[in-house]
Design a protein around this ligand. Structure first.
Ligand SMILES: [Zn+2]
Length: 232
């Protein structure tokens, strides 16, 4: 039995996951943690999928233009070869694009003693958990769920509404292609026009979902639980 508990891990690595919808500040939070580590004289390396070329080839950039130098890679496995022997902190942005391989790579890095901080979308544009995020959340020591603001009604938003009819799961985009929506305003089929303000107010949480026209007004559901409580 240890004599005391360490509030922060010592002599070991760990995994931190920052998840949430688009426009929730995930990359901003990733950059904040990585910059703080750099200020603390820790050696940091940052990776991002080469698929995400929205802003800059060699940087991660948040929607609010915070940025850090990064290495663009095609596969998560490349990180294992690219991490320098003296690196202490590894950041990975848009980790959902790397698939299941990202879990194995993060575990290996953490097992080597590195602090691994990843940011990614936890649900796709249909509101379906975005693999490998559920697995990463399960194996991580620390998880943070960021919420955006619903552009329709102003509620905290945990979903990314796609505004184009494209049905590919991966469609890299910024403002214009997606917007943040709350549970009540999100539409899984994505191709209906955004509701008017008065409709949005009528669809505030608390409205009985079983009411006669609730299904029509709230749009098609993806089938997950619709419990009233928000689990943080
Ligand atoms: Zn809303």
């Amino acid at each position: 039995m240890p004599a005391r508990m360490n509030v922060l891990p010592k002599n070991t690595g760990w995994i931190e996951v920052i998840c949430g919808p688009m426009f929730s500040g995930k990359t901003e939070e990733l950059i904040r943690r990585l910059k703080r580590a750099q200020i603390g004289q820790q050696r940091v390396q940052i990776f991002k999928p080469s698929i995400d070329r929205r802003y800059a080839e060699a940087q991660i950039v948040s929607h609010s233009e915070q940025k850090l130098d990064s290495i663009a890679i095609d596969r998560a496995e490349e990180i294992l070869a690219l991490v320098r022997p003296d690196t202490q902190v590894v950041g990975i942005d848009e980790v959902q694009f790397f698939g299941a391989e990202a879990v194995r790579v993060c575990e290996q890095l953490a097992n080597r003693g590195l602090r691994v901080i990843v940011a990614g979308l936890d649900q796709d544009y249909r509101g379906v958990p975005f693999d490998p995020m559920p697995h990463l959340l399960a194996v991580a020591e620390y998880i943070s769920k960021e919420l955006a603001v619903c552009v329709v009604c102003g509620n905290p938003a945990h979903r990314s509404q796609r505004l184009s009819p494209d049905d590919r799961r991966i469609l890299v985009g910024a403002r214009g292609a997606y917007e943040a929506r709350c549970r009540a305003c999100f539409r899984a089929d994505g191709d209906e026009p955004a509701q008017s303000k008065s409709e949005a107010e009528a669809a505030q949480p608390g409205l009985p979902l079983g009411e006669p026209d609730g299904g029509r007004r709230l749009g098609r559901r993806t089938g997950e639980g619709q419990g009233p409580e928000h689990s943080k």
